[in-house]
Design a protein around this ligand. Structure first.
Ligand SMILES: [Mg+2]
Length: 259
């Protein structure tokens, strides 16, 4: 497969829980040796860009922070495009940092947007109800991602999608999604590479958001059988991957630099 650039999902592709996928570090080194540039596009909404990069370093990956694209970055951009400088954010970890550093107000005053990420144990009846009331009062709903689930070290775990769906159902609204599978998110990373979609490939473990999303944005897409990969999810998927690999370790042998 000839390509000029690669977009790589993180969770389930480069690592699972706290362990790197065997051969992943070496695979990225080979891409670099062969002159195939890459960027990381993660749907994680539990970490800021800064801590995503720090975590990669801890796992042994030499990936600069500037190469990591998160849904929070896309959300900050979307709010900026709409001239909005405040939002009610429901997320966990240090993802608030991406908003605060961009000057977005997260507390007090009018909240024109409810922004929802994977909030883990921060989801309570109270936090759901607060978001619901803001939506009923006219706030718009922005989903950092709407994945159904992800694979944590101890098993499959609910992602933001089920909670986004609950808020949509209760308030009678439709969320705008800024992370994968939104084509704009893939374009954000492609623009940084200066490579058009048709000359790039996405590598991911989620057949819906990584594969379906990338293909809708015009990229080829490779599914890996690590992370959240499930044969039944692949069989039931309307999106058909261009290739399926055992893991990212098999990627360099498949790719050659396009011309
Ligand atoms: Mg993944």
């Amino acid at each position: 497969m000839k390509v000029d650039a690669v977009l790589i999902d993180l969770d389930g592709v480069l690592y699972v829980g706290d362990a790197p996928v065997p051969g992943a570090v070496e695979a990225l080194e080979r891409l670099r040796d062969e002159g195939i540039p890459f960027r990381c596009v993660t749907n994680t909404t539990r970490h800021s860009r800064w801590s995503v990069a720090a975590r990669l370093r801890d796992l042994g990956f030499a990936i600069p922070e500037a190469w990591c694209f998160t849904p929070a970055m896309a959300a900050v951009r979307r709010l900026g495009e709409e001239g909005v400088s405040a939002c009610h954010l429901i997320a966990t970890g240090d993802v608030h940092r991406d908003f605060e550093e961009a000057g977005v107000r997260l507390t007090g005053g009018e909240m024109p947007y409810v922004v929802v990420g994977d909030a883990g144990d921060r989801w309570t009846y109270g936090s759901m109800n607060r978001a619901f009331r803001l939506l009923v009062d006219g706030a718009r709903l922005l989903a950092l991602e709407r994945d159904r689930y992800w694979r944590d070290a101890d098993g499959l775990s609910l992602s933001a999608g089920p909670f986004v769906a609950a808020l949509e159902y209760a308030a009678g609204v439709t969320a705008q999604v800024v992370g994968k599978h939104s084509p704009a998110f893939f374009r954000l990373a492609l623009a940084d590479l200066g490579v058009p979609a048709e000359r790039a490939v996405m590598v991911g473990d989620d057949v819906a958001t990584d594969i379906g999303g990338a293909q809708a944005a015009g990229l080829a897409a490779i599914l890996v059988r690590t992370g959240k990969f499930r044969p039944d999810a692949l069989a039931a998927s309307p999106a058909v991957p261009d290739r399926v690999l055992g893991s990212i370790a098999d990627l360099p042998a498949l790719l050659e630099r396009g011309g």
